[in-house]
Design a protein around this ligand. Structure first.
Ligand code: ASP
Ligand code: MG
Length: 297
């Protein structure tokens, strides 16, 4: 079984979603597909939080534009028997969850800081919730999973970290019987182990979700599908002669991520390195390119 993660640009348009569908349909079942929010939507959700706190309710216009973007994607990619259900899911999360959260921020000037943080964390989780509903609806054999049911964090040094043991226990229960099918999972989002509040694994954290699942489920490979051909020898914007690195070790990949290569989120490497699971970095927009493989030696 493989874990395949598709980033924001890979789920960001009808064209890229159709590429995703072809890529996943070329795989044997079962397969676990981890998705980011539609490209740019996480930034929008957070910008709308700022606006709402300034009592600027023009954020609700941005929300309507985002609603349309998601509905257009449903019409473009979701299979007929699922379409209405996915449209309804999108409207329900926007009308019954996102809007009330934004209105609460905009109308409550005395909201305590920790409450504001809690609301914004709940808001930002909607990016992956909506994109995953669309992706699950693209496959006859699509099975939705909810990361909020098994990804757990705990507070740590003013921030938060993954609670590995609790996550392992819950993931193994939720994915106990994979059977066949395309198992679609939200990247990035989680809950606090104690309070149950919605949390996340940090910006770019969908890669980390995918690596955690690959490790806990003993996947044969992790594939990170993105919008570049792989790790490059240099930044292609400043070094036009940069080339794709065909193979790296976990240590080399970790060093490049730590040094700021934006290809994958740095915490992603450890869970897969631990189990020696190969990681492929591949381009959704150029799937026949070989990409970069990260292996032990
Ligand atoms: N959607 C989240 C972000 O934009 C997580 C991710 O894409 O990996 O940071
Ligand atoms: Mg990313």
């Amino acid at each position: 079984m493989k874990v395949m993660k598709f980033g924001g640009t890979s789920v960001g348009s009808i064209e890229s979603l159709l590429n995703l569908k072809n890529i996943v349909n070329a795989e044997q079942r079962p397969v676990v597909v981890v998705v980011s929010a539609m490209g740019g939507f996480t930034n929008q959700l957070l910008a709308m939080c700022e606006q709402a706190q300034q009592r600027d309710i023009s954020c609700l216009d941005t929300l309507e534009a985002a609603r349309k973007r998601h509905h257009d994607a449903v019409d473009g990619v979701v299979i007929e028997p699922m379409r209405q259900q996915v449209h309804d899911t999108i409207d329900r999360f926007i009308d019954e969850s996102l809007k009330p959260y934004y209105l609460a921020l905009a109308t409550n000037p005395h909201m305590p800081v920790d409450e504001i943080e809690r609301v914004c964390d709940a808001i930002v989780a909607h990016g992956e919730i909506l994109s995953s509903a669309i992706v699950a609806g693209m496959f006859e054999d699509g099975t939705p999973h909810l990361s909020l049911n098994y990804m757990r964090t705990r507070p740590d040094a003013g921030g938060r970290v993954l609670d590995w043991d609790e996550t392992a226990r819950l993931v193994k229960a939720d994915f106990a019987d994979l059977g066949d099918g395309v198992h679609v999972v939200q990247g990035f989002i989680s809950r606090d182990k104690e309070s149950g509040a919605v949390t996340n694994l940090g910006r770019g954290g969908s890669d980390y979700t995918a690596a955690i699942l690959a490790s806990l489920l003993d996947a044969e490979a992790l594939e990170i599908w993105t919008d570049v051909d792989g790790f490059m020898t240099a930044d292609p914007r400043t070094h036009p002669d940069a080339t794709v690195i065909p193979q790296m070790t976990y240590e080399q990949a970790q060093a490049m991520c730590d040094a700021g290569a934006k290809v994958i989120y740095p915490p992603t490497i450890a869970p897969v390195a631990m189990k020696r699971i190969p990681v492929w970095v591949k381009n959704t927009f150029n799937p026949s390119a070989p990409g970069t493989v990260i292996v032990n030696s």
